[in-house]
Unconditional design. Structure first.
Length: 202
């Protein structure tokens, strides 16, 4: 009987030794999950994507880009920083990339968005009304906020359609014997952009 008890004890000990330690569920804590890069780029110091995880991790871009890189691409548990470096964007359209961070079975993705080169264009830049007055449309191509400045007057008004980015100018009839004109200014002080629209009437 003692031999049987001893044998069972040895088997139980062996089974206990083979038991796998429970896996710790991976955890993420991102301080700044949004990655927004100005059109000037981030070549000097890069943009920092900071996070904390309790397991080792890896990071990669969804494809190879010629304008953005990330370093490092792996790390150990604890506080971590991924540096995102982007070259200046010379196009007016914004551009995006995707960073995938993996820690154990957890996977998180983040969009890297870089602003487009600031633009503010008016088409046409000159509008002429007949003496009878009427309405004419002006189209705006802009990826920045801007301020419209029009001199005080009693003959010209405008309405803006945000869905079409079109200004409709309406001029009253000119009952004087001389023509008249004014200049409307669209400006963005942050990027130092200014465009003008000259409006005249016979």
């Amino acid at each position: 009987m003692k031999k049987i008890v001893l044998f069972l004890s040895i088997v139980a000990a062996a089974i206990a030794c083979e038991q796998v330690e429970p896996v710790t569920p991976p955890e993420f804590d991102f301080a700044n999950p949004d990655v927004l890069i100005p059109y000037q780029g981030s070549e000097d110091e890069g943009l920092k994507l900071e996070f904390t995880t309790n397991v080792d991790w890896t990071a990669e871009l969804d494809q190879t880009y010629d304008w953005v890189t990330i370093t490092p691409k792996s790390g150990v548990a604890g506080d971590a920083v991924i540096t995102v470096v982007a070259t200046p964007n010379k196009e007016t359209a914004e551009r995006t990339a995707v960073i995938t961070v993996k820690a154990g079975v957890s996977v998180l993705t983040f969009d890297v968005v870089q602003e487009g080169f600031p633009t503010l264009k008016i088409n046409p830049t000159e509008v002429v009304f007949a003496s009878a007055g009427g309405s004419q449309d002006v189209t705006i191509d802009a990826n920045v906020e801007y301020v419209v400045t029009m001199p005080e007057n009693d003959w010209l008004t405008y309405k803006y359609n945000s869905e079409t980015a079109v200004y409709t100018l309406t001029a009253a009839a000119n009952e004087a014997y001389t023509g008249r004109s004014l200049t409307i200014t669209l400006s963005n002080d942050v990027d130092g952009i200014e465009e003008t629209l000259v409006v005249s009437q016979d």
